[in-house]
Design a protein around this ligand. Sequence first.
Ligand code: WTA
Length: 649
Amino acid sequence: MSEKIHKVPDDFATLAHLRQADYQRLYQESIRDPNGFWARIGRRLDWIQPYTKIKDTSFDEHDFRIRWFYDGKLNVAANCLDRHLLKRGDKTAIIWEGDDPRLSEHISYRQLHERVCQCANALKSLGVGPGDRVTIYLPMIPEAAVAMLACARIGAVHSVVFGGFSADSLAGRIADCGSSVVITADEGLRGGRRIALKENVDEALKASGTQCVKHVLVTRRLGSNVSMQKGRDRWFEDLLQGQSKECPAAAMDAESPLFILYTSGSTGQPKGVLHTSGGYLVFVAMTHELVFDLREDDIFWCTADVGWVTGHSYVLYGPLANGATTVMFEGVPSYPDAGRFWQIVDKHAVTLFYTAPTAIRALMREGEEPVKQWSRRSLRLLGSVGEPINPEAWEWYHRVVGDGRCPVVDTWWQTETGGILISPLPGAIDQKPGSATLPFFGVQPAIVDNEGNMLDGVAEGNLVLIDSWPGQMRTVFGDHARFVETYFRTFPGKYFTGDGAKRDADGYYWITGRVDDVLNVAGHRLGTAEIESALVAHPKVAEAAVVGCPHDVKGQGIYVYVTLNLGETPSEELRTELRNRVRQEIGAIATPDFIQWAPSLPKTRSGKIMRRILRKIAANEHDQLGDISTLADPGVVDSLIRERLNGSD
Ligand code: WTA
């Protein structure tokens, strides 16, 4: 743990929404009287029917429930658009910056409102109504925001699938939630490379289980020549044209589903994390305002793709609920060159900038020159999300990107948590590089040992949350038992995050990373089980085990052990084939970094693979294997180490 402390800058603290004493006072209140606290905060939204009931939650398996603001009614899209029209109709809601640096667009709240209404009417004309699922498979273009908000406006539930996922992954996600409509683009563009989105959709819709899809809407991003299936496929623009620019916002229950977002867990296929309307929007709006210390004239840029939760909460819903200007970037940090982020910061006078450690580390490698070419004068705060940030990257971000004057907020949260749970509030909490610091209002983290005993004071162990917060996921779509089982059974009565953490003498939290079988590769969550199942589907593979290994830029790399069927011989061609198979089944983000041939895998006598040992071998920490006496055949370990040292890859 780095012991360096960065104090809240004086000029920042004076103007900030909250100062140190405010944090302590409000935090205490939020824990002592959650109903009173959230009743007040919830009023920041427009309610069609005001709530009188606030918190009704229990993590006890036999009496399980999570409801917030539960007798209220609201519309999320109206909160993100309509209520700003009077004061902010001409204010820019979205600044879109294209992959090609010459392209950008400003969309005002009024224009966005019109486009969302037209899209909502178009969806209605296809028979989409409240509770129906719509899969959105789009690049980072304004149509993604329009489609998401249009669903919210009519009470449909969107499921955004990241454009980098393969046709197979898309098919699984469409089938799981039974979408009747898919919204996509002809092609996407990232870093100058085209992505065949419509083609992937066509392939996905050939898979079994995707017959639920009745309509495919295709937006023209590149004007490419794609095949359109009669009766099923329509051009998005054609369908929107002629639709009315007014569409009443449906009055939705606070607890009605807003979206499903698939995310990887320790076991099985990705699960559909379900978020609801009222609590989610209150929570993302409040965290967005306070963690980023938002002001009316800020230009907020979160670099995440809308395919991830960070894009949902902090590209779209949080900023728009707050009437802010949000930047949506289609491209990548390295195109056309390593100065792209800072060129965009200058071009749009970005004031608040939020990105992932993997991007910071990749840019750090390019040196200071590409940063210094741009003034970055407009920046006043920097944020980090998605994975632990190492202190060196934190310091570089602070010193080089922020010229030493911008606070850095390291925000810890998850798809499941909806919004930020642990983070500095920039005017109130001193920062320590590498620590996400202290909990947000209403959030009660705790550290437990493997037996579930609560640890006090300075401690290290499993990170849990002992009570609910409004932005919490409500269920796994279609499988409530899996929800309870996954998150509330390991440590009964507590929400288990899957992360490890340390707490220091100041009560600061330091997230150490996943303690389960989830990988975090360049800020993307991947399940080892998904990758393994893609590999064992290959006819030559008998068994596969996937673990994370340290990676300088990506944080974690993907390390694979493969045991071939008897009689098969390892070869470079086979290695390439296996890599391609994973790309094909999941997507390029899941491509293995290393494949090691393993004559056999270390297993306990009951046949369980000992991943702990495989992780150590992958990390070249052969001297720290720990107890291997419970292995069925301890000799396996020596042969794996030998193979590793021979440079199997
Ligand atoms: C990790 C992304 C350390 C963590 C919002 C968590 C972090 C997983 C941080 C969730 C952080 C996220 N410091 N680790 N500031 N932020 N993580 O669901 O392991 O894509 O459990 O949500 O990312 O990833 P997800």
